[in-house]
Design a protein around this ligand. Sequence first.
Ligand SMILES: NC(=O)c1ccc[n+]([C@@H]2O[C@H](COP(=O)([O-])OP(=O)(O)OC[C@H]3O[C@@H](n4cnc5c(N)ncnc54)[C@H](O)[C@@H]3O)[C@@H](O)[C@H]2O)c1
Length: 266
Amino acid sequence: MLLEGKVALITGAARGIGRASAAVLAREGADVGVADILPEVDETAEEIRGLGRRSVSARIDVSDPEQVRRGVAKIRKALGDVDILVNNAGIVTNIARLTKMSIEAWQHEISVNLSGAFYMVKEVVAPMISKQWGRIINISSMAAIGGLHKQIAYASSKSGLLGLTKTVCLEHARDGITCNAIMPGMIGTELVNMMPREILESAIRTTPARRVGRTEEIGFLIAFLASDRAAFINGVAIPVDGGMTLNTGSLGSRKEVFEAAGKNDG
Ligand SMILES: NC(=O)c1ccc[n+]([C@@H]2O[C@H](COP(=O)([O-])OP(=O)(O)OC[C@H]3O[C@@H](n4cnc5c(N)ncnc54)[C@H](O)[C@@H]3O)[C@@H](O)[C@H]2O)c1
């Protein structure tokens, strides 16, 4: 097991990638504090305990620094100092072009997706410095480097997370702390699977792996980055996207191009 004796805290753990990743960390031996705005986060904690690990849930809104302070204190009291922080909570509230994007949506997405991560890091970093060991993993998105049509707030918040990741590395690598980002492609969460079929199929067509990712496939990388084996990987952003980024500019690898030409792309 990679994470025996470690305490992890993962935000946005009530469902989707966060919930699946919490279970992966527990299977690797970590005790896992789980935080979310939704009451279902209590079920995630139950699931972790069912795997034989300690767990406690905190119902918090990560965009509120006071709630973050309370939530981290609760988890620290129950499980001990946080060794591994996973900033996974994230939202999209307004799908609209720049001209139609509401100011409220912009502010809310930045405050949850970016400021929330900043508040969390500030709350957990002091004991990591004292122990000279810590792992911080930020769940960004491929939108951070490519932008995303009609999601300017989301894409900007995810790019901001990369700046945060790199700066934490620059300031705290000397303290035995690593801070890395993961950029998932299309991952088959409950919400993604409910997207209109045409959008889902188009995403699958542009992914060389010809499928969406499984939620635990993000968890596997989180677990590795959180382990001692990844001690020298710091300040980077790693795509987990079935090759989707490579494919976007590569006409020859697109199925529809071959189909239009009456050829089979194999
Ligand atoms: N699913 C994908 O294809 C995909 C792709 C790229 C990036 N991501 C990122 O992965 C992360 C997880 O996404 P997901 O697909 O599992 O989404 P999801 O909506 O299923 O899960 C997100 C979780 O975050 C929680 N959350 C939302 N606002 C919160 C707040 N203010 N405070 C605390 N918790 C809050 C939600 O309640 C939910 O449980 C997000 O940061 C998302 O941007 C997902």
